[in-house]
Design a protein around this ligand. Sequence first.
Ligand code: PGA
Length: 280
Amino acid sequence: MDQMPPTRTTKPKFIIGNWKMNGMLEDGIKFLDFLSEDWLRHTLMRHQRYAIICPPAHLLYPLAEEMRRLIGRERNFMLGGQDCSAEAGMGAFTGEIAALMLRDAGAHFCLVGHSERRTRHNETNELVAAKAARAVEAGLIPIICLGETRLEREAGETNAVVGRQLRQSLALILPFLNQVNEEEAKTATPHLKAMIAYEPVWAIGTGLVPSPQDIAATHGFIRSTLGELCAAQAGVMPILYGGSVKPDNASAILAVDDVDGLLVGGASLNAASFRALCGA
Ligand code: PGA
């Protein structure tokens, strides 16, 4: 990235919209135009918010162009992919999209390991680790999604499941996360290199949300596991909460310890609702 978002020292919050398989070209352009130039330019910055939209891949380039038209190279509003191929480079992989292509189309981030990919496409932690590595190689910041099912929670296995997903999904990018470059050492400010999204599977699209205490406990567990895996990044890596976030519960969730932002599906599709989430 030409300009990294600041890290945890200034405690920005990241509001990420995952549009899933929703949105035609006209919808995407209307969404940005509704948000308005002034809001994109000033309001996000004033509230220390970074807004990131992950639209379907065909919308990345036109949305990036529309953003450039509205706000030039402003960086408080960015784009992300929803998934990328685990294959390195390019080649004969029908239907796949390379992290490099997402970057080429204007993305700065990429979701990997979303629960809908893990369940519907049988994605394993090993595959998610390879996707995270491809994202990093392409210069994208991977947003690695984790979360337990309802049965796993009821069996008291939340930390075991989330811990395993975290260790295995980060495995290939740990050398990158642990490497401190000259500039980081000089300024004592680690760069933003990856994000974690904790999304309990049972909370996605259901209207159910864990209690603030439960969110705090799991985020605290993720933070301490990051401390073991990549100490240099542990304090600064944003940990987002996702699963049935709406404008009316967003500020309570953002106020929970160790919640650095939100990953939002349904409520991010409507521009007014997304604006409300960013102002929460
Ligand atoms: P939801 O989806 O906000 O509609 O529950 C969240 C997600 O799947 O990332």
